[in-house]
Write a protein that binds this ligand. Structure first.
Ligand code: NAD
Ligand code: TDX
Length: 339
């Protein structure tokens, strides 16, 4: 794997992956990032990386004339490019269908044509949600690779569709692909529309944090560096046409996460607003990552959530120029929906 093509590598999770590979895998001679630089992608996310090892091509994964020559030169393609925000998908689903479904189709067609290895980045949200747990048996119930696909939002439905395309291309056309479905990531470079950076930057701006509904919804948090490590392992050692679920046993309610942010930022525990809930809001995500441990000997490293959150808060505090321009536009958009 000397030459990688990373689609969506100027976004949050993709840029963290590119940084991880550059820092830890000197055998990768070159990474081409293909990114449309939508509202969510930034050149700044790749700043400081050696230009002889990383270059950015600004382009659309739906455009075969851009995609094909880049795929032809690559040893492997990792696809992070997506419309990624549930709230936006509820307002305007069209770009989600275009990028997440048509874009994936365009990439896998090119990988099939040139016999290039493909890894598809997906989400645990394709499995829908689990009820809020009340008994030990409920807590033990988690998503597995055998769980039924039943996505709730236009975003998760478009990601589910893209996963199904990849499986079909493996079976019918011999595409050499793997899929990973990861839980909620946190860490640096995440857009301020997402839960954790929104609340951190709210506090930094003197805005009261906003909790949707009761705040009892549970998300399964993983540090984005653990996600990157796992994707690398799957790229190297994953079995063709296999799905790997990535999670770090990081389940917490939104309310608990928000109260921890407030504590770490020296604010009163009740200094937040409860706002209009997200329509169709998934209740709980929980990942059973047994297959990763069994097949790849994988385990998460960055499991101290409080320390990870402290570092993430420090990053947003130290990089106001990175997020300041997005903040006002993001809050204006939320205000239109009472959020
Ligand atoms: P993001 O919105 O921060 O980044 C997406 C990137 O894709 C941006 O750089 C954007 O410019 C680019 N992009 C969008 N449309 C494009 C197009 N048509 N052509 C080329 N580039 C395009 O999203 P993220 O949070 O980094 O998520 C990346 C991937 O990881 C997604 O597939 C998402 O489903 C998956 N994922 C994310 C999480 C999470 O918690 N963030 C968890 C599990 C899976
Ligand atoms: O202001 C907020 N208040 C709030 O209570 C926001 C923005 C969110 N929330 C809640 C909704 C969710 O229960 O916090 C939780 C996390 O919200 P998001 O950050 O929007 O993430 P989520 O919808 O869980 O999806 C994320 O994880 C899976 C990513 O955005 C997806 O791309 C990924 O697939």
């Amino acid at each position: 794997m000397k030459n990688l093509l990373v689609a969506g590598g100027a976004g949050f999770v993709g840029a963290n992956f590119v940084r991880y590979v550059v820092q830890t895998h000197p055998e990768v001679a070159h990474i081409t990032v293909l990114d449309k630089l939508t509202y969510a992608g930034k050149r700044a996310n790749l700043a400081g990386l050696p230009t002889e090892r990383v270059n950015l091509v600004v382009g659309d994964i739906c455009d075969a004339t851009v995609v094909e020559p880049l795929v032809q030169q690559a040893d492997a393609v990792v696809n992070y490019a997506a419309e990624s925000h549930n709230d936006r998908s509820l307002e305007e689903p069209a770009p989600f269908i275009q990028t997440n479904v048509v874009g994936t189709y365009t990439l896998i067609q090119a990988c099939t044509k040139y016999g290039v290895r493909y890894h598809h980045i997906s989400t645990d949200e394709v499995y829908g949600d689990l009820p809020l747990p009340t008994t030990p048996t409920d807590w033990a119930t988690k998503f597995t690779p055998e769980s039924r696909y039943q996505p709730s939002s236009p975003y998760s439905a478009s990601k589910a569709s893209s996963d199904l395309l990849v499986h079909a291309w493996c079976r019918s056309f011999g595409l050499n692909a793997t899929i990973s479905n990861c839980s909620n990531n946190y860490g640096p470079y995440q857009h301020v529309e997402k839960f954790i950076p929104r609340q951190i930057t709210n506090v930094l701006c003197g805005i009261r944090p906003k909790l949707y509904g009761s705040g009892r919804n549970i998300r399964d948090w993983i540090h984005t560096t653990d996600h990157s490590r796992t994707v690398w392992e799957i790229l190297m050692r994953g079995k063709p046409d296999n799905t790997y679920l990535i999670g770090a046993n990081g389940e917490r309610s939104n309310r608990d996460v928000l109260r921890l942010i407030l504590k770490l930022m020296g604010q009163p525990q009740d200094a937040y607003d409860q706002v209009t809930d997200r329509p169709g809001h998934d209740r709980r995500y929980a990942i059973d990552a047994t297959k990763l441990t069994r097949e790849l000997g994988w385990y998460p490293v960055m499991t101290d959530f409080e320390q990870g959150l402290r570092n993430t808060i420090a990053w947003y505090r130290q990089h106001p120029m990175w997020w300041r321009d997005d903040k006002a536009a993001t809050e204006a958009r939320y205000a239109q929906h009472g959020q």
